[in-house]
Design a protein around this ligand. Sequence first.
Ligand code: S3P
Length: 193
Amino acid sequence: MNTDNQAIVREIGRYIDKPIVLVGLMGTGKTRIGRALAAMLGLEFVDSDAEIEKAAGLSVCDIFDRFGEADFRDGERRVIRRLLDGGVCVIATGGGAMITEETASAVWAESVSVWVKAEMPVMLERTSRNNKRPLLNQGDPESILKDMMEKRYPIYEQANVTVDSCNGPVDIVLNEALEKLCDYLSLQTAKAG
Ligand code: S3P
């Protein structure tokens, strides 16, 4: 860790009193960035999809196949509710989590939210690495993602902080996230007086 980062990490540690929640479309790197951020801040990292899979004993694809999207969303809502109650940690959410109004309201009110945003080629490349995203297996991934951008960007835009994700080394996005989180938290603390 360089000295600038050390100071930033100390500053964030001083102010943070809620979970940090990463939101954004599939393939933007929420899990990768979330894990790196948690390691840097010395916090626990949890991924909502992994928690849903653990609770159900099934993969996300199997849950969609056997029970459908509505059941998956309900499980997702419950899991994120539980994770938000678990104290200060870093939570990566599935791309569709914020379309559930109850989840979105809880995340905006009870966390420091980070929108992880990436260009289309990045999302396409990352999501093409495996077949684990049932909604992208239903047609042309680019059109599906474009449609999701239209519907979901107005929701993600409400996050406290936005970071640009790329396919390069995770440190680039990590540093941006650390700086923006530090600025946001200092400002909030100053406002609170
Ligand atoms: C989904 C995103 C996925 C997963 C599920 C549905 C979505 O998570 O929750 O396949 O609706 O965007 P990632 O964003 O982690 O890929």
